[in-house]
Design a protein around this ligand. Sequence first.
Ligand SMILES: C[S@@+](CC[C@H](N)C(=O)[O-])C[C@H]1O[C@@H](n2cnc3c(N)ncnc32)[C@H](O)[C@@H]1O
Length: 236
Amino acid sequence: MRDFAIMMGSAPVWRSWEHVLHSVRTGEPAFDHVYGVPVFEHYARDPEAAAVGVAGLHSRSVAENDAVVAAVDLGDARTLLDVGGGRGSLVRAFLAAHPHLRATLFDLAHVVRDGEEDERLSLVAGDFFAAVPGAHDVVVLKKVLHDWPDEQVTTILRGCAADLPGDGRVLVVENLVTPGNTPSFAKWLDLLMLVYAGGRERTEADFRALLAEAGLALRRVVPTATGISVLEATHA
Ligand SMILES: C[S@@+](CC[C@H](N)C(=O)[O-])C[C@H]1O[C@@H](n2cnc3c(N)ncnc32)[C@H](O)[C@@H]1O
């Protein structure tokens, strides 16, 4: 939790909470109000802040990856694409568990680092609002959709569905908001997404509807011991 704790106490997160009232009044991210640009644009311009953010998310991922890999039956899949995969710890966990698999890690240019590819892992830098690398049997989106409002989520999902083979799968990995007024990590994360990224956490029904907008059908939901769930979708 060390790097995640450092990230939570770093200026971009801390100052967003400081201005939570702005978000409550407007529904807009406090981050943009404080910094004048959305969070990922800020990180692209400030490598020091970006390094803290990327390390924080990486450390959370490391704690979740094994449970996510164990929750997924890859079947005959030979290729996997991790969209917004950050430093690539999840994609490497999939590769370690499935020796026949090849994978592509896709993220913004300042996140994807040169020199970390090998014969089974390709790195691609780009913008998922422009295009997503095509033709992979399985496309994974872990904690990516929660950064964005519904309209952008639909755009990202359509990009992922565009070149998905007929029997391909999209795996959305997120903390699901459970019904009722009971405490849950996803509800706290929902507030963080509001102040910091302008996104939100969602219920299973929310994801089912967003996937349908992109021509995808939610086939099953696999909860994991870490609290994060894997939502599996195919072409509708
Ligand atoms: C919350 S992080 C999740 C990272 C990783 N999947 C994980 O679970 O730790 C969201 C990721 O989306 C990436 N991202 C944001 N905007 C993007 C864009 N327009 N195109 C590609 N990746 C983007 C960020 O750089 C970041 O790595």
